[in-house]
Design a protein around this ligand. Structure first.
Ligand code: FAD
Length: 371
């Protein structure tokens, strides 16, 4: 592919690859079995520079390009997709929220701990009755006597890292027509963890449901559209995650097809298998090109509404097709826990649902092309 990383991106991505090889991939099965990441993962992510990608250097971040961010999500997913999903969302939705909407006082209070991984983050939009239709959020925020602080009541569902987070960037309703965002410390009596949600894939991610009863939130003044506008870069991160899953499954499948023999020849010599490999290779390349197109446009300051949906939709459907073919080529072994492809297949499903399901991505694209 005719594309080069900047020296800064190259140095960073080499560090991320090394981290994935030594600190992530060897533990992915253990984390899944424990349905948890170890607590030490957060400071390690901080040390590699994976928690401050969306922050400018003036705020203590790396000011990493969007290309660097999406490629890091891609590399992380080759080691552990659930970790990639968390890093993608924490950077694009939480850390970027601090860069865009938090006051100097809020930044000074929280950013130093966020960057080192001492303060763990989550992003809370989804509710039992507000999923794809995010404007239906019912969680209500009412001003208190203390300037900038609100009393918040409601319930949130499917919040990644919600059971571990020290601080949640939370979307709540401020009037019948307006929504905005709040910083909520979880260490307060009004924050009630209701249940851990166990999912078919990305199992190590701490997905939870919680309720808020007169919980206190610190307002970060922004409109609903501004807050969820961060999803455009976020979707590129999920596209990076999907691409990494597809590439890892493809790599493992190529190796397997070259060594497994039936009917006195390698699977790799059978035309039906070659067709599946050819389709996967082509779709992975196309997904990467769409992703780089979106990320480079973001870095050039151009709008990426269509591009982020193109990349997320195509990469997530590619991840699902490629992992499905990977199992097919592995045959019965593809369904065994001894082989990683079954996990990648389960993890891939999230990429077609989180940060806007495929149907919503198609709606976004159709709206743009019909303008
Ligand atoms: C593992 C996991 C982690 C998550 N992490 C977070 C998080 O950290 N923070 C957060 O806020 N949320 C999170 N989510 C929530 C996620 O963003 C939502 O699940 C997603 O937006 C879909 O909402 P829903 O599940 O309510 O499905 P619904 O909105 O009920 O949609 C169900 C299905 O209906 C169809 N559909 C819906 N609307 C339309 C339409 N307009 N046109 C055509 N078809 C449509 C689609 O097929 C869709 O998949 C997470 C979800 C999962 C599973």
């Amino acid at each position: 592919m005719l594309f080069e990383y900047s020296p800064e991106e190259s140095t960073f991505l080499a560090k991320v690859r090394e981290f994935v090889t030594t600190e992530v991939l060897p533990f992915t099965r253990e984390w899944e079995a424990n349905t948890a990441f170890p607590d030490e993962i957060w400071p390690k992510l901080g040390q590699v520079g994976l928690l401050n990608m969306a922050l400018p250097k003036t705020l203590g971040g790396s000011g990493m390009s969007c290309v660097g961010y999406t490629e890091a999500c891609r590399e992380l997913a080759k080691g552990d997709p659930a970790l990639s999903m968390n890093v993608a969302a924490i950077n694009a939705l939480c850390v970027a929220h601090f860069a865009e909407f938090a006051s100097n006082e809020q930044q000074a209070k929280y950013l130093p701990g966020i960057i080192t991984g001492e303060i763990k983050l989550a992003w809370g939009l989804t509710e039992p009755d507000a999923g794809s239709d995010a404007r239906r959020v019912k969680t209500k925020a009412e001003p208190t006597e203390r300037q900038g602080y609100y009393k918040i009541n409601g319930r949130k569902m499917f919040i990644s890292n919600g059971g571990k987070a020290d601080l949640i960037v939370l979307i709540a309703r401020t009037s019948d027509t307006e929504l905005s965002a709040f910083l909520m410390e979880t260490d307060q009596p009004g924050f009630k963890l209701e249940k851990r949600i166990h999912t078919v894939g990305v199992c190590a991610s701490n997905t939870v449901q919680f309720s808020l009863i007169d919980a206190v939130g610190w307002h970060t003044p922004c409109t609903f559209e501004q807050a969820i506008g961060l999803l455009y870069r976020g979707r590129l991160g999920i596209a990076g995650m999907a691409l990494g899953i597809a590439e890892k499954a493809f790599e493992l499948t190529l190796e397997y097809a070259k060594q497994r023999e039936q009917f006195n020849r390698r699977l790799a010599d059978m035309q039906s298998v070659q067709n599946m490999l050819a389709d996967s290779a082509m779709e992975i390349r196309a997904a990467h090109l769409l992703l780089l197109d979106g990320a480079r446009k973001y870095d050039a300051g151009l709008p990426i509404i269509t591009e982020s949906s193109f990349a997320k939709l195509y990469a997530s459907e590619t991840a699902n097709r490629v992992t499905n073919r990977a199992i097919q080529i592995h045959g019965g072994r593809g369904m065994m826990k001894d082989f990683l492809v079954e996990k990648l297949w389960r993890d891939a499903k999230l990429t077609e649902i989180g940060e806007g399901c495929s149907e919503i991505q198609r709606l976004v694209i159709a709206k743009q092309v019909l303008k």
